[in-house]
Write a protein that binds this ligand. Structure first.
Ligand SMILES: *Cc1c(COP(=O)(O)O)cnc(C)c1O
Length: 428
């Protein structure tokens, strides 16, 4: 029964564009009505109709310890008694900054903001201010929030200027965004050569999650690092998704490649709206009021959000076994899904690293956006709905990664794999 969700969605559409406050929640890509969620605990999500689902999105990443983890819950309820916002510095902000600097290898100074979008927008402004250059290179299929300069997708093979992906993005802004193919260092070099001395930054998801999970090929991140150093371009790792997930120090620690700037979000807020950008000291000291690049926020470093984020990060810092648990969960699910595919004679592609995974409904190896798009998205929609009927909640789009939490136990993994095999058999 999903009656209550259906009724709420009807009403929501009268008052909210498309009935949702963020587009992918609308289930448009998979068909059906979005579930309206009442509560969540540990590995489970409960909707307004009282249905229970095993969670494989975890609020698009933040709930890496599962929902309403007691450590975060306690930190938030302790903080509540001191009021909810001051717009003035607090002790907690110093503590979280120090903790982040100790965890993320390339970060020497950090500025807190309220979302991943704000983090990437600010990082790009900083890169432009620091280098005195206007252009940036992003990669096809990478998502960096909804800032104007990021909503650009060049047509396939485009080597020059971007065109806006959304009405409302000025052409002038689009002109400064160059789009490269992921995992194609040659293409990036061409773009840099065609725009000598003009590229301020190269920004990417060091492991992509927003075209589905796509791993960097060996040498790709190192190649970007060398190119950036040689050309005076700032390398920005958007670790909003991978930060504190792929390891304690994110993808940069896992792959041993150090960016100049890092953007963070999702896990950093423990479920509260938080983002951050940080990096090398001399670059960060270009940010106001230390330097000339302006960036501000009434609610930045909000005490309740900082309490949640600090509790989350401190837990991860003190519990390195978290990452072993996440690795084991990812490995078990990936190999379980692969053996079901083999058993059913299906040759779909599983991309996986740590606690991120995407099952692409294509036989092709997926290493960039072009190959991700060979997926049969209609089939994914059927799979998604079959999994939902089996009580497993996936991201409602083929072009997303699943995010696992430490709340998943052996019995949950068995249930997920059983649901997966049944669903694949049903739609095949
Ligand atoms: C989610 C995400 C963002 C945007 O963060 P919001 O908090 O949704 O604004 C930016 N970059 C990456 C890699 C993300 O996954």
């Amino acid at each position: 029964m999903r009656d209550k969700s259906q009724q709420l969605f009807q009403k929501a559409q009268q008052f909210i564009p498309g009935g949702v406050n963020s587009p992918v929640r609308a289930f448009k890509a998979v068909g059906g009505t979005p579930l309206f969620i009442r509560s969540a605990k540990g590995p489970y999500l409960f909707d307004e109709d009282g249905n229970r689902y095993i969670e494989l999105i975890n609020s698009w990443g933040p709930m890496v310890l599962g929902h309403a983890h007691e450590v975060v819950e306690k930190a938030v309820s302790d903080a509540l008694q001191y009021s909810f916002s001051f717009g003035a510095p607090t002790k907690k902000e110093v503590a979280i900054a120090e903790l982040i600097v100790s965890m993320v290898p390339s970060v020497e100074k950090i500025r807190m903001v309220n979302s991943g979008t704000e983090a990437t927008m600010s990082a790009i402004r900083l890169a432009r201010g620091f280098t005195g250059r206007d252009k940036m290179i992003k990669f096809e299929g990478c998502y960096h929030g909804h800032g104007d300069s990021f909503l650009i997708a060049a047509g396939s093979g485009a080597v020059t200027f971007g065109t806006p992906d959304s009405p409302g993005v000025p052409k002038g802004v689009a002109n400064d965004t160059l789009t490269a193919r992921y995992n194609d260092i040659g293409h990036v070099k061409q773009l840099v050569e065609a725009n000598p001395g003009q590229v301020a930054a190269i920004i990417l998801e060091p492991v992509a999650g927003n075209m589905g999970c796509v791993l960097p090929e060996p040498g790709f991140l190192q190649g970007l690092r060398e190119l950036c150093t040689k050309e005076g371009i700032l390398l920005i790792f958007d670790e909003v998704m991978t930060g504190f997930r792929l390891s304690r120090g994110g993808a940069q620690e896992r792959f041993g490649v150090m960016p100049d700037l890092t953007t963070l979000g999702k896990i950093i807020g423990g479920g509260m709206p938080v983002g951050a950008y940080g990096g090398r000291r001399e670059i960060m000291d270009f940010v106001s009021p230390a330097g000339p690049v302006y960036q501000a926020g009434t609610l930045s470093g909000n005490p309740i959000a900082m309490a949640a984020g600090y509790a989350m990060l401190e837990y991860l810092d003190y519990h390195p076994e978290t990452y072993r648990i996440l690795e084991n969960t990812g490995d078990r699910l990936a190999s379980g899904i692969k053996s079901s595919l083999a058993k059913l004679g299906l040759n779909y592609t599983v991309n996986h690293i740590g606690s991120m995974l995407t099952l692409f409904f294509t036989g092709e190896k997926v290493h960039n956006f072009e190959t991700a798009k060979t997926s049969d998205t209609a089939l994914f929609g059927k799979y998604f709905n079959a999994m939902l009927d089996e009580g497993v909640y996936l991201a409602p789009s083929q072009y997303e990664a699943l995010f696992f939490s430490t709340a998943l136990e052996e019995s949950h993994l068995d249930q997920i794999l059983e649901a997966n095999e049944k669903s694949l058999a049903k739609i095949a």
